[in-house]
Ligand binder design. Sequence first.
Ligand code: XMP
Length: 515
Amino acid sequence: MDIHSQKILILDFGSQYTQLIARRVREARVYCEIHPYNKGLDFIKEFNPKGIILSGGPSSVYDKGAPKIDKKIFGLNIPILGICYGMQLTAKLLGGRVERSKKREYGGAELYVDNAGDLFRGLGMGALQVWMSHGDRVEELPPGFKAIARSDNSALCAMRDGKGKIYGVQFHPEVVHTPKGDRIIKNFLFEICGCSPSWTMRSFIDTAIEDIRSKAGHDRVVCGISGGVDSAVAALLVHKAIGNNLTCIFVDNGVLRKGEADKVEETLKRSFHMNIRRVNASARFLKKLKGVEDPERKRKIIGNEFIRVFQDEARKIKSVKFLAQGTLYPDVIESVSFKGPSATIKSHHNVGGLLKTMKLKLIEPLRELFKDEVRLLGRELGMPEEIIDRQPFPGPGLAIRIIGEVTAKRCDILREADSIVLEEIKKAGLYRKMWQSFAVLLPIKTVGVMGDERTYENTVALRAVDSVDGMTADWVRLPYDVMERISKRVINEVRGVNRVVYDISSKPPSTIEWE
Ligand code: XMP
């Protein structure tokens, strides 16, 4: 079966929640894609969705240049759900009245459902908790529409057209603050659009493997692996499709964690017999980093050097035609968004030059997936948990956790300290409970006493943070005994460190990494 035969199209009007809508639809096991609102009618017909969701957005329908869609979309006979701005726009285009408001309604509200059918089926009796975040609101429904829910604040919180094809909700069913929002979205998908929950990882794998095979044929593919989950899962999927026609290149850049390169190589080789070439390029990287203190320069140097090393190695593979990469859906959405790229951090190396000089074509088998779907996929493919559940680790590695110059000696100090931190965090059962936990080597020496001797040694900072997406973060209230064990072990076991401090800054205003 073509798993893309039942697709939902999400048209993005710039809401911060658009990706969440897609998450909820995917969780309901229906495939969906986000596209900018202005893709045009021909695109929509070609896409052939089972239903369309119009996202919220920051604009007012009365703003000059407010994002609009062609009214003909409502005549396509495809079910449509407008959320917030999407509802206001629907109402306005179809002849209703939207009231401009200076005051935003923001926060929780109670929703009273008047029509417990289709969109609100199975939600139980009584008021529903929903999340509001809007300025304007619909004051008069378009002809033929009925109100199907109200709140204390408004009689028109949800609407439905006469045929039961076009719906609008003023609140946000996609956010967690609308506890039964997932059911509302499922009702739209299953009751109104007639979708079935058929988008599963198993079906994804079958389709992806077929795609990779038909694209790559008998040609050779090269893939860079970093030790992170995305590149490992992308490589494994390609490996399942074309076996040893895939060569993975693992560049040891000298700023990896202790034992990391060994562990990843060993795991992928042992469990899957993947063809992995490991390049020890530590000396090359460290030479380039000599004397460099500026973090942005460190990042650039490491990124550029990676491309060079990778290219040197890839050139040794005969008749390589494709480069496989673990690009994820959020990166794809970013690059097609009408808002332009936002400030999220890209962990992918810039491979544009590589593709050009080596005349390679891209294979991106994860480009439809969100991060948690990649983890599901990895598990389905039998990837060990130690790779799937790894905390994020930045591409420039320890280099941006060594404040000041990166030298082989300072790398060794930090590697040892970092490995103790991770060991103790894991022992305490905390590793998977937090976003990141690591050590930072500071460029200051302080005085200490060890035995009868005065010491003058390095300071290590311990960082542990909770976060959902890395954009904001809070420091973890680590148990004192865990902190104590880490501090004792680092000072006793790592030569060159006589002091450990704990970072109690949240993001913003600080950042997660120190550089
Ligand atoms: P900050 O320090 O900006 O980090 O709060 C947010 C998240 O991004 C990771 N990070 C990077 N990842 N290359 C990467 O691949 C980088 O240059 C980079 N800088 C920060 C960081 O580990 C955290 O998860």
